[in-house]
Ligand binder design. Structure first.
Ligand code: ZN
Ligand code: ZN
Length: 309
């Protein structure tokens, strides 16, 4: 198999990957150029960020978010990192993923903010899950949302970028569609605009599959954590991802069509999002739709209460 881009330029180069959904075979150099150009085009077309933005990339130590941080920097965007150490000791998951984030921070010569869940709560996510009986993924989501917004705002960032890829977004959209959850469909956007007390959130990697981000990391020699989160086994999203991979294999391009046609054709027909009035949390001051205390501070109180009894 030969690289198509090279062939167009009258050169012959062996392709290292074939992307059936783009009907494109590429060599190493052409893949890297294609990836970065496509990322920049997505960002500009969707009006996600500009070179004037001060961007905070939420990095997990995995391939997607690290590829994003690296590629944004290569494209000339001002991007720093935030790593939230979830305190998952199983197979050294948290310490290893934190190391990967540190390594890239040094290589890019950009600061990395670190929040440690164990310092905040005295316990990591697995113990918080046992203590409060709340699902680990929901605790993790609550803590991440809270600190991502807080750290970004307190340090003057205009935007937060996350590493959600096409496979993630399609699996979520598929799951929501199966139950016709209209409220969640309304929120399925690659950009959540800023509003009072909330920083803008963007997902620049929505046009890339997991495999493409993985290949980008390998070719750029970005070291990332290979293991999936040990707490995420058996999660329904993984089942949907496998199912959708089989559909994609039979009919390449299905994922791109499903996601981008939803954004283009269906989302504009949905009613606008009803945003409940926001208040300041009486404990931490962060914006919340609750009247008194925000969900994060309520959770913190619950942990404290559980520890006393
Ligand atoms: Zn080529
Ligand atoms: Zn609060």
């Amino acid at each position: 198999m030969k690289c198509r881009r090279c062939k167009d330029k009258g050169k012959t180069e062996k392709a290292i990957i074939f992307l059936p959904h783009h009907n494109l075979s590429l060599c190493k150099d052409c893949f890297l150029a294609w990836y970065e150009k496509r990322l920049d085009e997505t960002i500009k077309k969707m009006d996600m960020i500009t070179k004037k933005d001060k961007i905070m990339v939420a990095v997990s130590g995995g391939k997607d978010s690290l590829a994003l941080w690296y590629a944004l920097t290569r494209l000339g965007y001002e991007a720093d990192g935030l790593y939230i150490n979830l305190g998952i000791d199983e197979r050294n998951y948290s310490s290893t993923s934190g190391e990967k984030a540190e390594i890239l921070s040094k290589r890019l010569n950009r600061p990395l903010y670190v929040i440690e869940v164990k310092k905040q709560f005295g316990k990591g996510i697995p113990d918080l899950n046992k203590l409060t009986k709340q699902p680990a993924c929901s605790i993790c989501g609550l803590i991440k949302r809270y600190f991502i917004n807080k750290v970004a705002l307190e340090n003057g960032y205009t935007c937060v970028a996350t590493g959600h890829n096409l496979d993630d977004e399609v699996a979520t959209l598929f799951s929501i569609t199966l139950s016709w959850d209209i409220d969640s469909l309304i929120r399925q956007l690659p950009i959540l605009p800023e509003k009072e007390g909330f920083v803008r959130k963007v997902k620049p990697l929505i046009g890339f599959t997991e495999k493409e981000n993985l290949l980008y990391c390998l070719l750029q020699r970005i070291d990332y954590i290979r293991e999936e989160c040990p707490l995420s086994t058996g999660v329904k999203t993984i089942f949907y991802k496998n199912l959708l991979n089989r559909v994609e294999q039979k009919s390449p391009g299905t994922k791109l069509r499903f996601y981008f046609n939803f954004q283009k054709k269906l989302h504009p027909l949905l009613p606008g999002q009803i945003i409940p009035p926001l208040h300041s949390c009486s404990i931490c001051g962060q914006p919340t739709t609750s009247y008194d205390i925000c969900a994060f501070c309520r959770f913190k109180q619950r942990v404290k209460h559980s520890l006393q009894t």
